[in-house]
Write a protein that binds this ligand. Structure first.
Ligand code: ADP
Ligand code: MG
Length: 378
């Protein structure tokens, strides 16, 4: 990717770029539908990223060519507005959010390219937002806080682009570190880096199914979580321990009880998973991932036939410690914790078995945990 953006930059501007930025996509290892309940998540930044090669401009114009979309777009930082739903809206949105937060921005021009597959649930949008944030930082010659840039990225995505997302994707793309997952408290935004167990990797398994029209399902889940929190008289389900929940669950009607049980137990699993990582306890981590899948399938009811099949096939492989669906649900990707040395064999076994079972061709990505969005110095 670095070569691609550098070569394209040189072809367009006849010189080397002044700055090169890399901002990674992400995968969530455990902690699903906990973010909007003020709970915990445990994602890692992956070895797929959005790259930008750029040079400062003397004026307030931002001009960007996307290699992936084969299109060049530009706008003036002093005077810009929505045009359509194209990719440049993410760039404008981050500019808008940073200006709102009082950052002084100046113009730049360059090239962007990424290898985060779009719309697969690996968050190419957050990667793009953080790449843009760091591009403005580089041009300003200043050092900006990763969490603040993450919040600006989320603000851009929610309020400029109009996609309703939590803060996890931007936080991990901003603050990830090689070899580590990031334990995030979605209430305080406190973070803790936890090492991935030595000798293991995460394999992302895209079922090649995509959800559509599930906003109603998400809104319903959110409403059920809020109803449960208010029945328990707390701000969010984050404030309910598993013990509290078990003692008082009968006050909730059965479906709400089921939904809340997922969130309450998932929070506890996510804390336990971070501890298992710190202890290097791969087996415990894998078991927590398996339990998380069952909870999403049976209590939160956000899995699908394809996701269940993928997880079942993955769990049956030797050298796989655990697997679960990941992301919002109903379609998309699952993740497995696998021995590094066995990853190739794992992919070679899972892909055909899944195709045989479903008739769908999956995409599997063996992922390393990488650094968050930053300037690449060579
Ligand atoms: P994802 O799950 O990958 O985040 P989204 O729909 O949220 O999917 O975001 C994908 C969008 O992000 C693309 O449609 C595009 O607008 C923008 N994007 C991502 N990568 C690039 C890129 N390399 N060049 C231009 N736009 C990109
Ligand atoms: Mg996205």
């Amino acid at each position: 990717m670095k070569d691609i953006v550098t070569t394209e930059f040189k072809a367009r501007y006849g010189e080397d770029p002044t700055f090169i930025i890399r901002a990674p996509g992400r995968v969530n290892i455990i902690g699903e539908h906990t973010d909007y309940n003020d709970g915990f998540v445990l994602p890692m930044a992956i070895n797929r990223a959005v790259w930008v090669a750029l040079r400062p401009r003397k004026d307030a114009t931002v001009k960007v060519y996307s290699v992936n979309f084969e299109s060049e777009e530009s706008f003036d930082l002093n005077d810009f507005s929505h045009t359509d739903a194209g990719w440049i809206e993410y760039v404008k949105g981050v500019s808008w959010a940073l200006l709102q937060d009082g950052y002084a921005l100046s113009g730049w021009e360059g090239v962007l390219a990424g290898d985060v597959p779009g719309g697969a649930g690996l968050s190419s949008s957050a990667a793009l937002e953080l790449a843009v944030g760091r591009a403005f930082e580089a041009v300003a010659g200043e050092t900006w806080d990763g969490t603040k840039l993450a919040l600006a990225g989320q603000n851009a995505e929610n309020n400029w682009v109009g996609a309703n997302t939590g803060i996890m994707d931007q936080m991990i793309s901003a603050n990830g570190e090689a070899g580590h997952a990031l334990f995030i408290d979605c209430r305080s935004l406190d973070t803790e880096l936890v090492p991935l167990p030595e000798g293991t990797c995460i394999v992302v398994m895209d079922t090649s199914t995509r959800h559509s029209h599930v906003d109603g399902e998400y809104n319903e889940r959110r409403a059920q979580c809020e109803a449960a929190a208010s029945a328990f008289n707390v701000k969010a389900l984050r404030d309910v321990s598993v013990a509290d929940f078990n003692a008082k669950a009968a006050i909730l009607e059965p479906l709400t009880q089921q939904r809340a049980r997922h969130v309450v137990t998932e929070n506890e699993r996510t804390v336990a998973a971070a501890n298992a990582m710190k202890a290097g306890d791969v087996a415990a981590l894998g078991q927590l991932m398996n339990a998380s899948h069952v909870s999403m399938r049976d209590d939160f009811e956000i899995s699908s036939t394809a996701l269940d099949k993928m997880v079942e096939i993955a769990q049956a492989q030797p050298n796989c410690y655990g697997a679960r669906m990941t992301g919002g649900g109903f379609a998309g990707c699952a993740v497995a914790l696998v021995d590094v040395g066995a990853a190739e064999g794992f992919v070679a076994a899972v892909a055909p078995a899944y195709k045989e079972a479903t008739g769908l061709k999956p995409a599997l990505y063996v992922c390393d945990a990488t650094d968050g969005a930053r300037l690449i110095e060579d």
